[in-house]
Structures are given as structure tokens and as C-alpha cells.
Write a protein that binds this ligand. Structure first.
Ligand SMILES: *[C@@H]1O[C@H](CO)[C@@H](O)[C@H](O)[C@H]1NC(C)=O
Length: 306
């Protein structure tokens, strides 16, 4: 084959790869689903399929963000210890202002209803606000353990040079980043399109509870299995007062990714509760295995038996 012809074939293959496997989102439907069916190649998962994904995110993820609102500063439901730990030091003017904080989350309850398990520390702002009457939301996102093997460039494909296409085709990343700088040791801290990955917000309220001793040992082993360091501050530790708690799920808002291929909307609570362990164990989220292609149609939803 003549070199010129070989290069033409490579260029054609490269652009086909960008067109098909790495198709960018339909800009009309990045943030919402089409209201009527389009001629898109994508099948948008149902709310139930999205509930299964959400339950897998809850089961596999370790961290979430708890959002609560500060009570009125004069709130009498705060006991004296809380007055010392929070209200005293709180700057003025924060009544009703939301605060989101990272916390450890696990899916440890035997009833399988998908009420997230948390440790409610007396000293923690999220739980002080909850005890003073705040509702709570838990935001979780899917973080793929492996970066995708192929990414869509941050540039539009038409502005990619032929050699960028060729490098992409041969599996090399572009030699320079978007600013034209050598990447050097600057590792991309989000080496995937987070906008096209599932995330959800679970809305409800905090309920603390005292498990009996059998339940407590099951909870403790589940929680420590997910969070080995938490063994040092489980309920009953001598330093920090805390209780077992669940976030009682009252609503779930789910954004599966780009709206032309992922479900964006509310998941009915009964669907969330109905999902079984077998169901969420049967699926794989994008990037659970190495070598995934973040823009491929079948990457986000594997099973055919649902
Ligand atoms: C918590 O949410 C419920 C609705 O589920 C609402 O009636 C109540 O007022 C909320 N509590 C606060 C403190 O905002």
C-alpha cells in the first residue's frame, strides 16, 4: 500500500471513530431528556434502570455530600453541648443557609430498602442541623475507578489536526493539553467526562436508631468493610458521641449523564426501594473495567435482562 493511501485510510478510520464511538452530546439535550423520541442512536434508560444504577452507586461509593440548613440561631432544640460546639462559633447571618459537607456513607441495612447508613456525630454540623430540624440531602456521584481508554478531545474533532487524529487512533494521548502546554507531571484529576456520568441526590431526613447487639455487629462489620478507618470511631467509642443513623429516602433526583442518552429526572421512591441486590450486582457502571470508551453507546448500560 502506498504511504499516501495508508494515511488516507488511517484518517478515515480516525474520523469514523470520533463520529461513532465518541459522539459528542446532542447540545439540545445535554441537561434534559427530549420530550418526544428523536432519531438518536441512544435508548434512554427507564427510571427503574436508573434506580438500579443509583443503588449500585450507593453500594459501591464510599463518600457523599450531606447538605443541611442551619437552624435559627436561637433554636432551643440545640442542647448545651451543641451550643458550645456549633452555635457559639457560628458566624452571624447563616440561619436557613445550606451547608454541604463530605461524609462517609454505606449501604448496610438488612431491609434492603436503600436508606443510606451514616454515623451521626454529635459534633458534626450536618447532624447538629438535622437534630435542629433540618431535612437533608445526600449527593453522590459515580467516580470510575479506571480512566477511559479513549476520550473525546476537548477540542471539536474538526479542529483536531490530522496528527492528533493519528495519535488518537494509535492510542496516544495528545502531546499538549488544551492550553498548548506540555502535560508534564500535571495529572488530570478528572480524566473523564464527569458530565456524562451518573450522579444523584437523595432527599429525606435523618433518623438515628439503636440496633440490638446482633444488628449492631452486622452494621459495624458492613460499615468497617466499606470504611476501614471508621473502626476507630464507631458508636460507643470513648471520645466522640455518635449514633447509627439512616437517611430515610423520600425522593431521588437522578442525572444519568447527557440527556440524549441518559435518564434525567426523579426516580419514584417505590422503584428505589424495590431494587434487589441481585439487580444492582448484575450491572456495571462506566469505567468499572479498564479499557472502556466513555462515549460508546453500550458503555453505560450493560445488562439485557432488565
Ligand atoms: C422537611 O421537609 C418536609 C417535607 O418533607 C417539610 O414539611 C418540613 O417543613 C421540612 N423541614 C424543615 C425544617 O424545613
Amino acid at each position: 500500500m502506498k504511504p499516501a493511501l495508508l494515511l488516507t485510510c488511517l484518517a478515515a478510520a480516525a474520523s469514523q471513530a470520533y463520529d461513532i464511538d465518541m459522539s459528542p452530546p446532542d447540545l439540545d439535550f445535554v441537561f434534559s431528556n427530549p420530550s418526544v423520541s428523536t432519531d438518536s442512536d441512544f435508548r434512554i434508560p427507564t427510571s427503574y434502570e436508573s434506580a438500579v444504577m443509583g443503588r449500585r452507586i450507593l453500594a459501591l461509593s464510599k463518600l457523599g455530600h450531606l447538605s443541611t440548613v442551619f437552624p435559627p440561631s436561637s433554636s432551643s432544640s440545640l442542647d448545651s453541648e451543641d451550643q458550645e460546639t456549633q452555635d457559639w462559633r457560628r458566624p452571624p447571618g447563616l440561619d436557613g443557609v445550606p451547608i454541604g459537607m463530605m461524609d462517609y456513607v454505606a449501604d448496610c441495612e438488612a431491609d434492603g430498602l436503600g436508606n443510606p447508613t451514616v454515623l451521626a456525630f454529635a459534633i458534626a454540623t450536618s447532624f447538629q442541623n438535622a437534630r435542629a430540624g433540618s431535612n437533608i440531602s445526600l449527593s453522590m456521584r459515580w467516580t470510575p475507578p479506571h480512566p477511559p481508554a479513549k476520550r473525546m478531545s476537548t477540542e471539536s474533532s474538526s479542529s483536531l489536526s490530522f496528527f492528533d487524529h493519528l495519535r488518537g487512533l494509535l492510542g496516544f494521548s495528545p502531546s499538549t493539553d488544551a492550553d498548548g502546554n506540555d502535560d508534564g507531571d500535571d495529572h488530570d484529576t478528572v480524566p473523564y467526562s464527569a458530565a456524562n456520568l451518573p450522579r444523584l441526590s437523595i432527599l429525606g431526613y435523618v433518623e438515628t436508631f439503636q440496633p440490638d447487639s446482633d444488628e449492631e455487629s452486622a452494621l459495624a462489620s458492613c460499615f468497617v468493610n466499606r470504611h476501614p478507618d471508621a473502626r476507630y470511631w464507631l458508636p460507643g467509642n470513648r471520645i466522640h458521641r455518635c449514633e447509627w443513623a439512616r437517611i430515610v429516602v423520600q425522593a431521588i433526583y437522578f442525572v444519568g449523564g447527557f440527556g440524549d442518552r441518559a435518564y434525567i429526572g426523579w426516580i419514584p421512591v417505590d422503584q428505589w426501594q424495590k431494587v434487589t441486590r441481585e439487580e444492582w450486582e448484575a450491572i456495571r457502571l462506566p469505567g468499572e473495567k479498564e479499557g472502556w470508551n466513555e462515549w460508546s453507546v453500550d458503555g453505560a448500560w450493560a445488562p439485557s435482562d432488565l
